[in-house]
Each structure stands twice: as structure tokens, then as C-alpha cells.
Design a binder for this molecule. Structure first.
Ligand SMILES: [Zn+2]
Length: 321
């Protein structure tokens, strides 16, 4: 839509509709995973706000729309983290607020996109508050966040909060099929993405994806074995692949789910290309052992999120199953 990656057509259509009806607000918080192209959504919305043809915004042909496409419009301001800083602090916020006092040069509005809103410090947000309380009618602020936890309640209450939730498998599939028509792992990727389509980009970019899938499948018997000596192999595998530990957990969960499906009802599995080995797992272990394996991998994911070493978490999981 309009040259942008849009996964939430309904949300964008209704936002653009508010612009066309002259009902848009001055401050927005766009919340959603980075793999949902929320930054693209913010740009598309900015383009609509700035377009000179309100009723058909973004018309695509007015001077503003054309300048926008070449990223040359001075009325679109990105407020970003300085390269040498971990956060967006008071200085950057103050500079943007001063800029917001100037009228747009060429466009209908001046739009400020904070595309790393999670990096805004509380002090920076406090600087913005005064302007957000009484914004100039031509200024619009769009704060893009992954989770928005750091956004102050005072800023939140002065903004229209738009949530971008994970999308359906059909939308993920459509994205993958269109972008990677030759890909053979589409069904695996659709499940793996869990509603976040652009997760597929990172996975496909990995040259070792197939090898990692195979190795992960091969480690399952080590996890499930009653002989706990093998638990150390599982730990060693995670030590070797510690940078991909969470991805491996997701793969393990999908394999174990497939093994359960095969064992209990013979229904459709996600990893169709691995059906033979999955069948072997299904026939070698009882459903309750496989289910216990899945529980422990879930527990392991939680441990990883608490920054526990992957090899320690894996050993813990394999010893408990
Ligand atoms: Zn236009």
C-alpha cells in the first residue's frame, strides 16, 4: 500500500481516514514489534499528514508527496539517538521541541517521528510534555515503540495510542511467498514467525538455517533420553550455539509439538520436510515424555530471558525431563 510494507491495512486505512476527514491528532504512540514494520506505518501516516491534498492523502503526486518519496522534505523530522549515546536524552528532545515551533516550509504539517521511542529517557519525555500539552496545530509527533514500557503515563495520556498486534499466519505466508518465491521452508517460517512477518527475513538471511534445523532436530533424543549422561550433550550444543539459543528453543518447541501431533492423532505437522525423523521421535518416546520436554523448553526460554547461560539452562531442562 502506497509503496510501504503494511501488515495492518485496517489500522492504516482508519488512521488515513482521520487525516482525510480532518480529524487527526497531534501526538501518537505506535506500539508493535519491529518485525511488524511499525516504522513503515509511521512514515506512511506522516506522508498522509503532510500531503497537500487532504481528501486523497497521501495523493502521491503533490510536491510534498514527491519530496517525501526522495526523503527530501525538511518538514519531516526524525528524532534519533545520537550515535555515541544509548538513549535519546534531553538535548535531542529539546532540539526537536524548538523545531516544532517553526511552521512547515512546504507541507501541510511538520511531523516528528521518534523511530526508537523505547530509547527516550524520562527527562527527554518531560521536556516534550509542555509541547504535547499545547501543540502547534501543524505539528504532529509519532513515537514508535516496541513495547512502550518506558513511555510516561503523562505522555501516553496526551497521545493517541495505536497498537500493532501480531498478524495472522495468512498475512505472514503472503509476505514470505511474495518476497521469497523460491523459498522451500515457507510453512516452517510461518509457524516460526508467530505473527511477526519480518522475523522471516532474519531467518532466511542465515546461510546455516538448514544446518541449524537439522542439528536441533538431532539433539532432541539427547534431551528426552532417560540416560542423563546425554544431558551434557544438550548443554554442549547450546554452548556452541549460544547466540541462537532462543531461536533453537522455538525450533525445539515446534519439533516437539509435531512429534506429539504425530504420536497422538497423525494430523498436519509444521516441519513436513522432517517428517521421517519426527516420526522416529514420536515412536521412541511416550507422549508424556515429549510433553514434559516441551514444558522444560518453555521453562528454558524463561531462563534465557533472565540472562541465564544457555548451556546451564539446557542442562537444567535436560536433567528434569
Ligand atoms: Zn500528496
Amino acid at each position: 500500500m502506497f509503496g510501504y510494507t503494511v501488515f495492518h491495512k485496517d489500522i492504516m486505512n482508519s488512521l488515513i481516514d482521520t487525516v482525510r476527514r480532518g480529524k487527526s491528532a497531534n501526538a501518537y504512540i505506535f506500539e508493535g514489534d519491529a518485525g511488524l514494520a511499525v516504522n513503515d506505518a509511521a512514515e506512511l501516516f506522516a506522508k498522509s499528514l503532510m500531503c497537500m491534498e487532504q481528501e486523497s492523502a497521501p495523493c502521491g503526486s503533490c510536491a510534498t508527496c514527491e519530496a517525501f518519496s526522495s526523503r527530501a522534505d525538511p518538514d519531516l523530522v526524525y528524532v534519533r539517538r545520537p550515535k555515541d549515546k544509548a538513549t535519546i536524552g534531553v538535548d535531542a528532545a529539546r532540539k526537536a521541541m524548538i523545531e516544532a515551533m517553526s511552521r512547515p516550509l512546504y507541507s501541510k504539517r511538520r511531523v516528528f517521528i521518534f523511530d526508537e521511542g523505547d530509547m527516550l529517557t524520562a527527562e527527554a519525555q518531560n521536556v516534550m510534555l509542555k509541547v504535547l500539552e499545547e501543540p502547534p496545530e501543524y505539528a504532529v509527533f509519532i513515537i514508535v515503540c516496541n513495547n512502550g514500557d518506558n513511555i510516561l503515563q503523562t505522555v501516553r495520556s496526551r497521545s493517541v495510542v495505536i497498537e500493532f498486534p501480531p498478524v495472522s499466519d495468512d498475512i505472514v505466508r503472503e509476505y514470505i511467498e511474495e518476497k521469497y518465491p523460491d523459498n522451500k521452508d515457507t510453512e516452517f517460517l510461518v509457524s516460526f514467525c508467530a505473527g511477526i512477518p519480518m522475523t522471516a527475513d532474519a531467518m532466511i538471511a542465515r546461510e546455516d538455517l538448514e544446518a541449524l534445523r537439522e542439528e536441533t532436530l538431532n539433539i532432541i533424543p539427547r534431551f528426552l533420553s532417560a540416560n542423563k549422561v546425554y544431558a551434557y550433550d544438550a548443554a554442549a550444543f547450546f554452548e556452541k550455539n549460544k547466540d541462537n539459543a532462543e531461536e533453537i528453543c522455538d525450533m525445539l518447541l515446534m519439533y516437539l509439538r509435531d512429534a506429539l501431533v504425530t504420536s497422538l492423532c497423525g494430523g498436519d505437522i509444521v516441519n513436513i520436510d522432517k517428517a521421517e525423523k519426527i516420526g522416529l521421535i514420536a515412536s521412541s518416546y511416550t507422549p508424556s515424555v515429549i510433553a514434559a520436554g516441551a514444558d522444560e523448553v518453555m521453562m528454558m526460554k524463561k531462563m534465557l530471558q533472565k540472562h541465564i547461560k544457555p548451556s546451564v539452562a539446557a542442562l537444567h531442562a535436560a536433567l528434569k525431563i
